[in-house]
Design a protein around this ligand. Structure first.
Ligand SMILES: NC(=O)c1ccc[n+]([C@@H]2O[C@H](COP(=O)([O-])OP(=O)(O)OC[C@H]3O[C@@H](n4cnc5c(N)ncnc54)[C@H](O)[C@@H]3O)[C@@H](O)[C@H]2O)c1
Length: 239
């Protein structure tokens, strides 16, 4: 859904062979079919990113189908928690961190293993959030996970630049996706007022506006960019 779906389309239009990964088989397969029907080349692979065996299989199936891996975008995440830390639930902590932080680390592990095997460099893009830079109220677990993703990104850049593997993160602001719409409903927030509060431009981002930055980061136009945290937030963190 959301940014992942849009990113798959943007990359396919730019000529990439795309592996769409999700634990929602129906939506993931639909997205891959949509790309194939419009002249692109996509494969759907089921994976729950909190499970290492799924991530291992995700990279293996990618290489089986397309022969190699060049670019990986670690985007999947759970909807943020909605309670302050004094009401935090241990199980929710483990589940959210398991996907939003451990999931990204597992993806990096197996993607980088493959890139090292190929020995031709590569580009990894982690999707963090402005919540990885500045906290929002009542999302302590999500805030911690997204700060963690930024840490993993900087670490990745330090360790793997010598292999020409660039590791960067995007910190999106409020993007109009199912995740945002669900959160607005949950907190009973008016989209128009909220968009003005959360950006200087006064609107939510379209998912494609984030995908376009991933496309640039993955390309040789960004050849000197690594360890960067790029805010794509309509001015939010500048406010
Ligand atoms: N929407 C926003 O305003 C916003 C803002 C900042 C950052 N982000 C981040 O951007 C990324 C994409 O968000 P979105 O708004 O498109 O979300 P979304 O909820 O619309 O889509 C998330 C996708 O991830 C998949 N997914 C969830 N858990 C999974 C798991 N364990 N294994 C495999 N797939 C799983 C879902 O099935 C879904 O297709 C996330 O990392 C999110 O935290 C979103």
């Amino acid at each position: 859904m959301g940014m992942g779906a849009s990113t798959a389309e943007v990359f396919a239009r730019a000529g990439a062979k795309v592996v769409v990964v999700d634990f929602n088989t129906e939506l993931g397969q639909l997205q891959a079919d949509k790309i194939n029907e419009s002249g692109g080349d996509a494969l759907f692979v089921y994976a729950d990113i909190s499970k290492e065996k799924d991530i291992e299989a995700m990279v293996r199936k990618t290489v089986e189908k397309y022969g190699r891996l060049d670019i990986a975008i670690n985007n999947a995440a759970r909807k943020p928690d909605a309670k302050p830390i004094h009401e935090m639930d241990e199980k929710e902590f483990e589940e959210l961190i398991g996907v939003d932080l451990k999931g990204v680390a597992l993806c990096m592990k197996h993607e980088i293993k493959q890139l090292l095997k190929q020995n031709e460099g590569g580009s990894i893009i982690n999707i963090s959030s402005v919540s990885g830079i500045r906290p929002q109220p009542s999302n302590p677990i999500y805030v911690a996970a997204k700060h963690g993703v930024i840490g993993l990104t900087k670490y990745g850049s330090l360790e793997y630049s010598k292999y020409n593997i660039r590791v960067n993160a995007i910190a999106p602001g409020a993007v109009d996706t199912p995740m945002l719409r669900t959160a607005l409903k949950e907190f009973n927030l008016d989209p128009v007022t909220y968009a003005k509060k959360l950006s200087t431009v006064g609107r939510f981002a379209e998912a494609e506006e984030i995908a376009n930055v991933s496309l640039w980061l993955a390309s040789d136009l960004a050849s000197y960019v690594t360890g960067a945290i790029i805010t794509v937030d309509g001015g939010y963190t500048a406010m």
